[in-house]
Design a protein around this ligand. Sequence first.
Ligand code: ZN
Length: 149
Amino acid sequence: MIEGSCLCGAVAFEIDGPLSPIQYCHAARCRKASGSAFGTECAARAADFRFTRGEENLSVYEAPLLNEPPAYKRRFCRTCGSPMPVEMGNAPWVVIQAGVIDSSVDARVFRHIFTGQRAGWFEIHDELRQFEARPPPEGRLPSDEDMQG
Ligand SMILES: [Zn+2]
């Protein structure tokens, strides 16, 4: 069982199943939403995920569509602003900002995406794979391979 929560503790969630590997997303929207150099994203199957507390305290922001669906969507605690797990379109998984997970997890960071939008003041100093923009469809989170175990 993996547990997570927001900064103020009003909202909490649980995940029964595996997590995908973690990716750093340097897209401008992820930088703004996180206030940091990149978003730190992983995914879990929607069927394995549930909020255990504070669902009534959540808000959703859906940004205007840029190129292709699904729309960029953020869910957050209305009290403290922590980003909370959210579904993207009709996909059967939720995207989780890894920093809100409380449990210790085995998932590891495996790549950078949207490095074409990377902040000029941030340099990448690791050997992880980099994608200028969105990875090809077969490489998006989570692939079946990612979700095994
Ligand atoms: Zn909160």
